[in-house]
Design a protein around this ligand. Structure first.
Ligand code: APR
Length: 312
């Protein structure tokens, strides 16, 4: 069996940081691509990353390219192409800009890598992932979006900070859309199995939940230009690893719903099992009425964005 081939579309902050993490983890050979206008940039970053190889002990090969045809026969393709959210810009503002970019990218890669598993990172996430699903016409298990691992990591970090405990022991669960209507689930969030509802007051939990919901915007505001990329790229790495090593980890991710949670033909954040064939299972939690209501509200918001794209 040959080496895995991982495509990363968009060599910006998220794409290039991910490429470096992929090379360090030696998950496979990487093709890092960007637009023709930026010729030299992905090549330069790829070379810089490969020159790290002798220092970290990695033999991963990387091709930086602006030629679309180089992105062929990939096992996994991560799509980060698009504009990052600017301060004051809602995720919805991004739809028109990024839908055009995504459509072009997906039309090309679905032909050149017909067996790939697509991981969408471009925002607004749930809507862009759905666009990739529709345009690629790939089966539902082979299109997934990255948001849940990141949102859960932010929630876990805030919990660990508040409790002054190791963040390693915090396992958080976040459902729904990647945005203002995300649904953090304190009931399914624990510190080594101890539910956080046992460790924190209702008010404290609420504060952490709100900070998690605004987690992306908090970073955008601080950076002043661009958006988060260290935690996002690490979140994608975990997903690529679970797929290529067939780890079958249970992770929150944006997946196609086909009747689960009473929803159809939409992509939303839910717990999934990620393995070599992609989304191997959507895990259906028995939500309480108030949780289900939040989830449905979140779905309504995603459906609004999806309709806006008029994909038919
Ligand atoms: N093909 C390949 N690359 C493209 C294309 C395209 N058609 N269109 C744009 N790009 C490239 C840009 O040239 C840029 O280098 O995508 C890259 C995006 O990088 P950044 O602007 O640095 O944005 P980044 O912070 O990486 O975020 C990318 O991920 O987290 C989300 O909201 C974020 O949607 C944004 C995406």
């Amino acid at each position: 069996m040959g080496r895995n081939r991982i495509g990363v579309v968009g060599a910006g902050f998220v794409g290039a940081t991910l490429a470096q993490r992929l090379a360090d983890a030696q998950l496979g050979d990487v093709v890092l691509s960007d637009i023709k206008e930026l010729d030299g940039m992905p090549q330069g970053k790829a070379l810089d990353i490969m020159e790290t190889g002798p220092i970290v002990g990695s033999d991963a090969r990387m091709v930086g390219t602006t030629a679309v045809e180089d992105m062929k026969d990939c096992d996994v393709i991560v799509i980060t192409a698009g504009l990052a959210r600017k301060p004051g810009m809602t995720r919805e503002d991004l739809i028109d800009k990024n839908a055009g970019i995504l459509r072009g990218v997906v039309e090309r890669v679905s032909i050149s890598s017909p067996n790939a598993i697509l991981i969408v990172v471009t925002n607004p996430l749930d809507v862009m992932a759905y666009l990739a699903y529709k345009v690629s016409k790939f089966p539902k298990n082979r299109v997934v979006g990255m948001a849940g691992v990141l949102d859960a990591a932010r929630f876990a970090f805030f919990i660990a900070e508040k409790l002054n405990c190791s963040s390693q022991d915090v396992r958080a669960m976040v459902l729904g859309s990647h945005g203002d209507t995300m649904v953090p689930l304190p009931r399914f969030t624990s510190v080594w199995g101890v539910p956080i509802t046992e460790l924190l007051s209702e008010e404290a939990v609420e504060q952490l939940v709100n900070r998690t919901r605004d987690g992306g915007a908090e970073i955008v505001k601080l950076l002043k230009q661009g958006s988060a990329y260290y935690a996002p790229s690490q979140s994608v790495l975990v997903m690529v690893q679970s797929i290529l090593r067939d780890e079958k980890r249970l992770l929150p991710a944006c997946a196609v719903l086909d009747g689960e949670y009473g929803l159809k033909d939409i992509m939303m954040g839910v717990p999934v099992i990620l393995g070599r064939t992609g989304v191997e299972r959507v895990v259906e939690l028995r939500l309480r009425p108030e949780e289900l209501k939040m989830f449905k509200d979140s779905a309504a918001k995603v459906a609004e964005g999806t309709r806006h794209m008029k994909l038919a």
